[in-house]
Design a protein around this ligand. Structure first.
Ligand SMILES: [Fe+2]
Length: 125
């Protein structure tokens, strides 16, 4: 059984997919089951930690102090409300500022998830 917003990767072709509707089947790519990507938890000194600044009542800015070189960079940042009804995703390229500004009252709370091309998935709650 899959869960909404899980990330899966094919180890053969490196496709990564995010689930928008859960089901009872398994995801298959290149003839094999895709791997559910593990969500790592960074401590505050880790380069994958997401800092959140409040700009006003509903506007917030996520900043990640990670290198953004062609060899090693954050491919995307997501803000996900705890009830998973709100998702904001920003795709990044090398040299882009590693940040995301979003508007959400997110009364139920939210977390930040990012995908590093070398180090995988990181979640800051
Ligand atoms: Fe990284």
């Amino acid at each position: 059984m899959t869960q909404k917003l899980e990330l899966y990767k094919c180890i053969t072709c490196t496709n990564v997919v995010e689930l928008v509707h859960e089901g009872i089947g398994t995801l298959v790519c290149c003839g094999a089951d895709m791997n559910l990507l593990k969500e790592n938890t960074p401590d505050v000194e880790n380069a994958h930690y997401a800092y959140v600044e409040e700009l006003d009542d509903i506007t917030k800015k996520v900043v990640v102090k990670h290198v953004m070189t062609p060899e090693h960079y954050i491919e995307f940042i997501e803000v996900i409300s705890n009830d998973k009804k709100f998702v904001k995703r920003k795709f990044l390229a090398p040299k882009d500022p590693c940040e995301l500004t979003f508007k959400c009252d997110c009364k139920e709370g939210f977390f930040v998830r990012l995908f590093c091309n070398l180090d995988g998935v990181w979640v800051t709650k």
